[in-house]
Design a protein around this ligand. Structure first.
Ligand SMILES: NC(=O)c1ccc[n+]([C@@H]2O[C@H](COP(=O)([O-])OP(=O)(O)OC[C@H]3O[C@@H](n4cnc5c(N)ncnc54)[C@H](OP(=O)(O)O)[C@@H]3O)[C@@H](O)[C@H]2O)c1
Length: 287
């Protein structure tokens, strides 16, 4: 099976690329900046330079591929583009090309509870793409992860600064998943047909437990401030008024999911404690 991967320069996509390399799978990766992939050890002949938001740059890009995996989406706003421009339209451009080339499977990474959260800009765009994919006739797998370890870095950074800020009483539960574990779910999803896969990591933890693990990894006593819900709502309203739509999107998503249980069927091996220790080791090596 020949796979075309979009999103390989990102957190999850890079783990998918590494896993496909180690499994010696036949694949190519699309990037708007190929240097990022070369730096990751992806051979130049396996890289296709293209801009997914520009349909014209994609002509024939899916030709000869059996499957497409896309992890493309905005997580931290960099380009001033909207979720509709990227999470919906860029993926739709790729899907249209995949349909023209008669690709036989499309794996797309959305978000857990995305259907219920369509009042949020990010989920509205992702679910619009999910609807387009389902309606297209293309065989699909929708992967719906709970949250990524990359986002847990925020807890580690707060612990480094000496104080963690949690919303409410800190008892909201999540089971974030490491990119290496989720990459295997995405690759396995190539074999599924017309399915939606809710998935999280092996540990269901409260935000408080995650913050404590971050302090622990740094051998520090946990110092936590609990931010009341009314303050979260004030910040949310203020941000909606004063920020542009594109700037507001990530904040809107963050301020909503930080007060929601976000856990899904457990998968994988990587633990939060192991992840924080990995961050600490990387920092110590860089010193
Ligand atoms: N983080 C979470 O907790 C979480 C949870 C559930 C689902 N998800 C979803 O999972 C997916 C992957 O997340 P991630 O953390 O791996 O994201 P990431 O590290 O930000 O990577 C996003 C990828 O999308 C590409 N991209 C973004 N804007 C683009 C644009 N304007 N044109 C072309 N490419 C663009 C990036 O390319 P460049 O490197 O060129 O910018 C990168 O390859 C996202 O759709 C995210 O919403 C995330």
């Amino acid at each position: 099976m020949k796979v075309l991967l979009a999103g390989a320069t990102g957190y999850l996509g890079s783990y998918i690329a590494k896993a496909m390399l180690s499994k010696q799978m036949d694949f190519k990766a699309i990037a708007r900046n190929p240097q990022k992939l070369i730096a990751m050890g992806i051979p130049a002949e396996q890289i296709i330079e293209a801009q997914l938001t520009d349909r014209n740059s994609l002509k024939g890009i899916c030709s000869g591929f059996h499957a497409v995996i896309s992890t493309v989406g905005i997580t931290r706003q960099k380009d001033g583009l909207s979720y509709m421009d990227v999470d919906y339209q860029a993926n739709k451009n790729l899907l249209d090309e995949a349909l023209e080339s008669k690709v036989q499977q499309f794996v797309y990474v959305s978000v857990l509870n995305g259907e219920a959260l369509q009042h949020l800009q990010i989920c509205a765009a992702k679910e619009r793409f999910v609807k387009a994919l389902k309606a297209s006739g293309m065989p699909y797998s929708i992967v719906r992860p709970s949250g990524f370890f990359s986002d847990m870095t925020e807890f580690y950074e707060m612990a480094k600064k000496g104080r963690a800020f949690l919303f409410g009483d800190g008892q909201v539960k999540v089971n974030p998943i490491h990119g290496a574990d989720l990459a295997l779910v995405c690759i396995d999803a190539l074999k599924e047909q017309n399915t939606s896969i809710d998935v999280g990591g092996p540990e269901v933890l409260t935000h408080q437990a995650i913050a404590e693990a971050a302090f622990n990894s740094l051998d520090r006593k946990a110092k936590i401030t609990y931010v009341p819900n009314w303050l979260r709502k004030v910040v949310l309203r203020g941000a909606a008024l004063f920020l542009s739509k594109a700037q507001f999107g990530p904040i809107e998503f963050f301020l909503h999911v930080m007060v929601m249980d976000m856990y899904a069927p457990a998968y994988g091996q990587h633990t939060i404690r192991g992840y924080f220790n990995e961050l600490k080791r990387t920092e110590n090596t860089a010193k």
